[in-house]
Structure formats: C-alpha cells, structure tokens
Design a protein around this ligand. Structure first.
Ligand code: GMT
Length: 376
C-alpha cells in the first residue's frame, strides 16, 4: 500500500507513534509518505520506501495566523496525485482530519477512491476537541473519516460520549513498543552510575503541559526523598517546566532533581530508572509509561483515562486517584523498599508490555484497518 501519514512531527507521543508506525510499515514493504511541517523527530535521515514532504505555510503580512490547515490540505492533495497514494492516515484529529477531508474533497474527480483514516490520540478528543471553538469541526471531521481508530477503549468511549458519532465504527488499536529498543539489558545504566551516585532513580518524561500535573511529580518525589536516598530525572520541556523548577527550588531539592530537557531517544535513559511517575489527570494511553514498563520500570500513576489499560495496578505498578500525591508516594516507597516486590513488578512489566503491545502485532492490526477501509 502507499500511505500518507500526517502527525505533529516535533515532540509528543502521537508523533512518536505515527513515525514508528510509518517506519514499521516501510519495513513490511509499504511505501510511506510523511506529510508534515517538519521532519518527524523519530525519523532517521534515510530509510528505504520512506519519503518526507514538508508543508510550507509561507508568510504573508496579512496573515496574523497563517492558514496551516489549508497548506496541509494542498500538500496532501499534491502528494496523493503525484505518488498515487491509497490512504491518508492522520494522527490527532485537529486540524489533520479536517485538512485530509478538504484534500479528499479536492480529489473528488481525480481520485475518488482515496481513503482518509484518523487515529485519535488524546487531547484532540478530551480537551481541544471539546473546546467550543473546535467541537463542531472535530465532530464533522471525525464523522467524515473513512475509518477511525483510538489508542484506548477509554478514548473510544470518550469520543462517543463527547461527539455522538452516530454510526461511527472506532477500532481500538493501542500504542506499541519495539521490544528490541526498550530493553534494559542493551544499555549501560550511565545515569545511575555516573549521576545518581547509588541513589534510587525516579523518572518522568512528558511535554510538561498542565494536564501532566508536573507539581504532583515533584510532590511525590519530595515525599519519597524524605525516606529513601533518591534522585528525580525530568525529561522533556513545555509550559510547566518553570512551575516544576520553582517547586523544586521551594522544596530545597535542586541538588537531587535533574532537568534534562528534550531527548530524542529515551530507551537508554530508562534503563537507569527504578520507577516512572505519571500522575496525569487523564492520560488517554500513556506511551511514555508503556516505554518504561517495556524497559522493566514499574509505573506509579493516576487511576484515570486509559492508563489502567496499560499499567496493571498492584502488579506492574500502582495507580491512585488523580491528585493523591500521598498515596502515590506511599506506593513508590513500597516498591523501592522491597527488592523482591520491585523485581517481580519489573519482570512482569517487561513481559506484559511485550505480550500486549509489541510492534509486530499492533502494526498488523493497522494493516487490517487499512485493508478493510480500502475494501469497504
Ligand atoms: O493528546 C495529547 O495531549 C498529545 C498526545 C501527544 O502527541 O503526545 O498525547 C496523547 O497521545 C499519546 C500517543 O497516543 C498518548 O500516549 C497520550 O496518553 C495522549 N495524551 C493525553 O491523553 C494527555
């Protein structure tokens, strides 16, 4: 198949999943065309059967808000015609599903067979899509897609309750990991040996947006650190990084909290972690948590959104009510104090991630999703 993939190419789970899906599909013989405003961050410079088409919005003094959605639609239209694509697969509904719908309308006469498939990832449904400014267009674009998938059953249910989507079929296709990459035996635990000085390592990776409850991450760590020699490693960047840095200063923890900024490859770093913290309000899936589990790192997080579909509470980690910083800290301490408990959770996490979320199985489900839409 010839598949166009559109996603947010910079940092974020949806862009990571979309890019790794494209790479895996190319390995399986499909031709992949990324149509994005920047080279996707997880895409290496060259891979066979993978092409990158940059969307250039241009600049014009009249445009205080350059119409990216239209530039994207025009680029999609052009790439479909030039490269004879079968499918446009967009990740994150806004504005990608809308641009793809426009492109399909433009192709009505020349390529009436082109299919638009949309994968819903999270805040496109739970936050942005429900904002009154975007609700109607999100509902419209979802309903106009030829196929829909959501990364968790929770997100599927949210989509139906927020948008109705009468008659929409939504396939639940979870996110995935490459077991060969998320394998702690492959990497030297450099952070642990060189920066943690024998202390336990707690880790958080995100784009530091308010939904992530970054202050809770620091709060959990502060309670753990008062009982167990440990460090906190914060990976990523975003609007709440300054909030977290201030909280760390206020709590006098600057010597043991490390802000590493954005990193492209997190697998080697995860190999140094003892616990992963993800107290997000409503995580539709929690790709970073899955990457941690696959690396054998138990996850402490919120019993909300799709995270309970990823983390087995009490087995591969612990989930508490959102905002229950005390409870999460107690759970973290119980894993860090008991080596047997930690080892059992770590091994189960690694095995469970491989059993339920391995790249090959999940990518095959996307292929079925594609084939069904082409035949439908
Ligand atoms: O929806 C977002 O907030 C952005 C998106 C992203 O690009 O990182 O995150 C969502 O998609 C990821 C990949 O499917 C999921 O692992 C995240 O849980 C989800 N984020 C939220 O639901 C907050």
């Amino acid at each position: 198949m010839k598949i166009g993939i559109t996603c947010y190419p910079t940092y974020g789970g949806s862009g990571a999943v979309a890019t790794e899906l494209g790479i895996a599909l190319a390995h399986r013989g499909h031709e992949i065309h990324f149509i994005t405003y920047q080279q996707p961050f997880r895409l290496p410079s060259f891979l066979p059967r993978i092409f990158f088409h940059e969307v250039d919005v241009g600049r014009y003094p009249l445009f205080e808000y350059p119409p990216y959605d239209l530039a994207l639609a025009v680029r999609m239209h052009e790439v479909v015609l030039t490269h004879k694509l079968d499918i446009l697969h967009v990740h994150y509904a806004i504005p990608h599903a809308t641009s793809a719908w426009i492109a399909r309308e433009m192709l009505e006469k020349t390529r009436p067979d082109i299919k638009v498939l949309t994968t819903l990832h999270g805040t496109d449904i739970t936050i942005v899509g429900q904002d009154p400014s975007f609700h109607a267009i999100t509902k419209f674009s979802i309903e106009k897609s030829n196929g829909l998938s959501a990364v968790s059953a929770y997100l599927k249910d949210e989509t139906i309750s927020a948008f109705g989507c009468a008659g929409c079929r939504i396939d639940v296709i979870p996110n995935f990991i490459d077991p060969a990459v998320y394998d702690r035996t492959r990497y030297a635990p450099d952070f642990r040996t060189q920066s943690a000085g024998g202390r336990k390592v707690l880790m958080h990776i995100s784009n530091f947006r308010p939904v992530k409850r970054i202050k809770d991450v620091v709060g959990i760590y502060a309670r753990v650190a008062s009982e167990i020699p440990s460090v906190l490693v914060m990976v990523g960047d975003g609007p709440d990084r300054v909030v977290a840095e201030q909280e760390v200063r206020d709590l006098g923890l600057t010597d043991s909290v490390f802000f590493l900024g954005k990193l492209d490859a997190v697998a080697p770093l995860l190999a140094s972690a003892d616990l992963f913290l993800l107290p997000t309000n409503k995580e539709s899936f929690g790709l970073s948590a899955l990457e941690a589990l696959a690396t054998g790192v138990p996850v402490i997080g919120a019993r909300a959104g799709g995270l309970p579909e990823v983390v087995r509470n009490g087995e591969t980690g612990a989930l508490c009510e959102p905002g229950d910083v005390e409870g999460m800290a107690r759970a973290a301490i119980s894993f860090l104090r008991d080596d047997d408990k930690w080892c059992a959770a770590s091994e189960l996490a690694r095995a469970d991630a491989r059993e339920r979320f391995s790249l090959n199985e999940v990518v095959a489900r996307y292929e079925t999703f594609y084939t069904r839409s082409l035949n439908g």
